[in-house]
Design a protein around this ligand. Structure first.
Ligand SMILES: [Zn+2]
Length: 311
């Protein structure tokens, strides 16, 4: 296959002059969007290189790699790739820029609002009301709830729809700036169409996030199960080993034991699992204690049997 001509735009980027264009292309085509975000924050030169619109191919490559890695849905048509990478991968509050805690059990992105918001900023940046003065500027046949992106959340006691205050403020300014009803209709319709795209794409993102959480929780369960299985195997092996030593001392499977089996019965003795019998002397002492318990249990069983016979 003919090698595609490299088309990176480089402008005095630190250190890059030592690398050939082909090598640079090779490096950049293997990165993920998150890597590019980090690079863009490394220094000014890298930032201008990564964010240069002429180099959008490195973002296209990064999002193609992201798709292969089953990352979040690709860039929506209403955003640039770097802006979308910020929404999907950055982890700080859009309001106060505070770094947020990562929790693989929770989808923390307010996808429709393009980012994450801390609990302090939510009450000031979001609203559950659509202002009357905004509604008055909408054409009469408008469904006010459909004009701007919104997110439904379970608030204490009830389910609520949230809007971004900044979305409302901006639209209010745009609509107030014109006296033409036709122009207001045009603005409202355009915003409603943009919102429909945002809601659609955000829905895909939410499904992706939910399935990622499911995968994470399934993985945790599998690990727990594997650990439990391994521990169970170890415990059974240990019980077999001890039972073998006790058989040499005259013990065997008896009806009154758990499942009628000595090895099974031993596993239920408190401390059996964690006991260490690393030396011959410790093993012997350990076995002596088990024999004492078995003897006591057998005696108790026989007494109960005798008691019930008498009843
Ligand atoms: Zn905040």
């Amino acid at each position: 296959m003919a090698r595609r001509k490299s088309k990176l735009f480089i402008n005095n980027v630190d250190g890059f002059s030592a690398l050939s264009l082909d090598v640079l292309c090779e490096i950049f085509s293997s990165l993920l969007p998150r890597d590019l975000l980090h690079l863009a924050r490394t220094n000014k030169a890298l930032r201008s290189f990564v964010l240069n619109r002429s180099n959008s191919m490195i973002w296209k490559a990064a999002f193609a790699n992201n798709a292969l890695a089953k990352g979040p849905p690709g860039c929506p048509p209403y955003m640039s790739e770097p802006a979308w990478a910020h929404v999907a991968f950055d982890n700080f509050c859009e309001g106060c820029q505070e770094k947020l805690r990562e929790d693989p059990n929770v989808d923390t992105v307010w996808w429709e609002f393009g980012g994450r918001y801390c609990s302090d900023c939510v009450p000031t940046l979001m609203t559950i009301d659509i202002p009357a003065k905004l509604k008055r500027l909408y054409p009469a046949d408008t469904i006010p709830e459909r004009v701007l992106p919104r997110i439904g959340r379970d608030a204490p006691g009830q389910f609520r729809w949230y809007n971004l205050v900044s979305d409302q403020t901006k639209l209010l300014q745009q609509l107030s700036a014109t006296r033409s009803a036709a122009r207001r209709r045009e603005i409202t319709l355009k915003r409603t169409q943009e919102t429909a795209l945002i809601q659609q794409h955000s829905m895909r993102c939410r499904y992706w996030a939910a399935s990622k959480i499911d995968d994470y929780q399934d993985d945790i369960m599998r690990r727990k199960q594997a650990k439990a299985n391994k521990e169970g195997d170890l415990l059974r092996a240990k019980a077999e080993q001890v039972a073998k030593r006790l058989r040499a001392r005259g013990w065997g499977d008896e009806d009154w034991m758990v499942n009628g089996m000595l090895a099974r019965h031993l596993q239920y003795y408190p401390g059996f699992e964690n006991s260490k019998s690393s030396t011959a002397r410790l093993s012997r002492e350990f076995d002596d204690r088990l024999v004492a318990r078995l003897t006591a249990d057998r005696k108790k069983y026989l007494q109960q049997e005798g008691g019930s016979d008498n009843a």
